[in-house]
Write a protein that binds this ligand. Structure first.
Ligand SMILES: Nc1ncnc2c1ncn2[C@@H]1O[C@H](COP(=O)(O)OP(=O)(O)OP(=O)(O)O)[C@@H](O)[C@H]1O
Length: 710
């Protein structure tokens, strides 16, 4: 019999947001900069102790404070988090409600520890399962329960079933009744918490983890454990079925390649992890705004993760976000970033409703449903009428207070507009980077396939390469589509920014207090411009660090080949490469603080130390500088293998790529696109390779003697 949805009351609720700060780890050094106050507030101290007196009295501190539903200091256990934030949500699942619990935070901040836990400190997944079965056991009614469980992971934008030994790729489908579902995902019936825990352990052992510099067992995938509880009622609501669902999500960590020291596959994982997390962050941003302004568009479709979490973020679900942070000063930016999203998530509202269906519904039951629906309609009508009357009778004395409120609202909107643009740009660059790597891999594959075919081979290897080629092509296409979406969103954001500025101008012109308001508005706009500038500076700092890293890698590589400084200089000069001033590289003692003030001139400076002769060519949005063929320097073959890694540093306004390839030519690339950030004029490029290179040449004309000249 088809089931029908009963007229259960919808209840609007906001996301519960909790923050958990993990303890210092044994190996970790640095300063503890996170303080939890009164189990609600989180204070992040300025990591820079060297601020001078003037900066401090002018209040130019990077100290931040946020308030959440719950905050847990490093001394708290998972059980503390569970008891305060999750327990009440779980009981709803046994009574037909949906719930979602997800851990959000940077790599190594304690997400997996919180969700999975240890033997001594079991995590939220384990504790929730025990509660579900305890509640079922203690239930006094004659109702029948059926519990099923599924466990999936999203790895590199592909969904796998963690309960299948060798799962293939699974697809997402939209189901009109159930929403987004994963087609073909195994759903196992379970009788006890122990059985699910067994499955959970099995699934976790299949999960993709890697040892990165930031975390020895870093999760490379997003894992979603879903427990469904079906309750068949046997008493007065005979044959009524309630279906509760609990989704427990352990997200992979956001990371920068520089921190994880990763290359190759790890690098690709990182890019896809970031892509999903940025998509998630953008959804959280849009949803937070939606609550305030009633905007409709939330970009769920930009990643598999956000499509899966859609219900948990805005639909029928009682949702808890546990934001995890590290106390270490070096993680300041990640911590503040996590807290910012957590802060925004507090605004998100979901609408919970019992999932009640019936089998063999009788006419009397339908009547009952119609009655309660009518009651609900009456109640809502009354509520609406009350709200409308409140809005129309605005007290006269309040009008004076409201005089400046439009400026506050517009300023706030402008600030959000800036934040949104920054996020969109980040996401867009992330996609570009992924596609750049995809295109590189595609070219390698094409070369390899051509070679295999030339020698007349047509075996299994060729087949594997062709399959991989197809996967990459699909990925490029999907990324291009998502890129076009981001591009449109950035354009819309720009338009919105212009509208806001016009509105401010117009409102000031029509007001009696023109001068005062103009000054006030300029002051606020300057504050926002300052935010963008700070962002720009942070990005440029990152560029400089990346460039230093590139130099260091290059020197390490050359030294690793057994050459001393003199030999390197001689070899370089024979090959027409000038290497200057290498003693300024950081491993010889210059700190990043000492170098970073020279931001503008350092844009190309590190590469300026090394002038390479060779062909210059462009691909996608990067300029490649093909440097000397180290193979031709008669270096030992083993050293070349050693150097086969993509050592790429990532940042959002520009990046470089230093690759030592089997080819064996080493190539360096750099994209400078900071202008695309500034003022928000984005230039996402999703087109042909040649066009990219032309665009790039036009946008960034090569400077006199820089490393990018031949
Ligand atoms: N509350 C805690 N108490 C003790 N150790 C903790 C706690 N939280 C995290 N840790 C430790 O910190 C390290 C990193 O934690 P975890 O692997 O959970 O991070 P993560 O956020 O899941 O990282 P990734 O995103 O890279 O997977 C682990 O060694 C873990 O044991």
């Amino acid at each position: 019999m088809p089931s029908i949805r009963a007229p259960a009351t919808k209840q609007t609720t906001t996301l519960t947001v909790a923050v958990k700060c993990r303890p210092f780890r044994e190996r970790e050094r640095g300063r503890d900069i996170v303080r939890v106050i009164d189990n609600k507030e989180v204070l992040v101290l300025d990591p820079d102790l060297s601020k001078d007196y003037l900066e401090r009295i002018q209040n130019r501190t990077k100290e931040k404070k946020y308030c959440f539903d719950h905050a847990f200091d490093p001394g708290c256990t998972n059980l503390d988090v569970y008891t305060k934030c999750i327990l009440s949500v779980i009981s709803g699942v046994v009574n037909g409600l949906n719930a979602t619990v997800f851990a959000y935070g940077s790599t190594g901040s304690g997400k997996t520890y919180t969700m999975v836990g240890t033997q001594d400190d079991p995590g939220l997944m384990v504790l929730s399962l025990h509660t579900i079965f305890d509640l079922i056991k203690r239930d006094k009614s004659s109702d029948e329960f059926e519990v099923t469980c599924s466990y999936l992971e999203v790895y590199n934008e592909v969904i796998y079933d963690l309960l299948e030994k060798s799962s293939g790729h699974l697809e997402l489908r939209e189901d009109p009744e159930q929403g987004v579902i994963v087609a073909g995902l195994r759903c196992i019936k379970v009788q006890s918490a122990d059985k699910i825990l067994e499955l959970l352990n099995l699934g976790n052992s299949r999960r993709k983890t890697e040892s990165t510099e930031a975390n020895a067992t870093s999760s490379r995938s997003h894992a979603v454990l879903e427990i469904k509880v079906k309750r068949k009622q046997k008493n007065k609501y005979r044959n009524q079925v309630m279906r509760g669902k609990l989704a427990l999500v352990d997200l992979a960590g956001s990371e920068r390649a520089s921190e994880t020291n990763s290359g190759g596959q790890k690098l690709r994982d990182g890019a896809n992890i970031n892509r999903s997390l940025l998509a998630l962050a953008n959804c959280i941003n849009a949803l937070g705004k939606q609550q305030k302004k009633g905007l409709a568009y939330v970009p769920y479709r930009n990643s598999k993760l956000t499509r899966i979490l859609k219900d948990g973020l805005s639909g029928n679900s009682q949702t808890v976000m546990v934001a995890t942070v590290s106390p270490v000063d070096s993680q300041y930016h990640h911590t503040v970033n996590t807290l910012k999203y957590a802060d925004r998530a507090k605004e998100i509202k979901t609408h919970i409703q019992k999932n009640i269906g019936t089998i063999d519904t009788h006419v009397s039951d339908y009547q009952q449903m119609i009655d309660s629906l009518q009651i609900e309609v009456c109640r809502l009508k009354k509520e609406l009428a009350e709200k409308e009357s409140q809005l129309s009778v605005k007290p006269v004395e309040k009008a004076a207070d409201d005089e400046l409120s439009w400026l506050n609202i517009l300023s706030h909107e402008t600030s959000e507009n800036v934040q949104e643009r920054i996020n969109l740009q980040k996401a867009s660059f992330e996609l570009e980077e992924t596609n750049l790597r995809n295109r590189l891999e595609l070219q390698h594959l094409d070369d390899a396939i051509a070679k295999e075919q030339a020698i007349g081979k047509d075996g299994e290897v060729l087949e594997v390469m062709r399959t991989r080629r197809q996967v990459i092509l699909d990925n490029i296409r999907e990324n291009d589509e998502a890129g076009v979406n981001y591009h449109m969103e950035i354009e819309a954001n720009e338009k919105h920014r212009c509208q806001l500025q016009n509105m401010i101008e117009e409102a000031i012109s029509n007001n009696g207090n023109k001068t005062y308001l103009r000054i006030l508005s300029q002051y606020r706009l300057l504050g926002m411009a300052n935010t963008e500038l700070q962002f720009e500076m942070a990005m440029r700092d990152q560029v400089i660090n990346n460039q230093r890293e590139a130099l260091r890698n290059m020197w390490d590589l050359l030294m690793g080949l057994g050459l001393d400084e003199r030999q390197i200089m001689d070899l370089a000069s024979k090959k027409g490469i000038t290497i200057e001033d290498w003693t300024t590289t950081p491993h010889l003692g210059l700190s990043s603080r000492e170098q970073s003030p020279d931001l503008a001139s350092s844009k190309y400076s590190s590469f300026g130390h090394c002038r390479c002769m060779g062909q210059s060519y462009s691909r996608s949005s990067c300029t490649f500088q093909q440097s000397q063929d180290f193979g031709s320097m008669s270096l030992p073959q083993g050293h070349l293998d050693l150097a086969h890694s993509f050592s790429r540093e990532e940042h959002h306004s520009s990046y470089y790529l230093l690759s030592h390839d089997h080819s064996p030519s080493a190539c360096m690339s750099m994209r400078t696109s900071s202008e695309h950030w500034f003022g928000g004029r984005s230039s996402s490029r999703f087109g042909t390779l040649d066009k990219h290179s032309q665009d790039l040449q036009k946008s960034y004309p090569v400077r006199g003697n820089s490393s990018f000249t031949r």
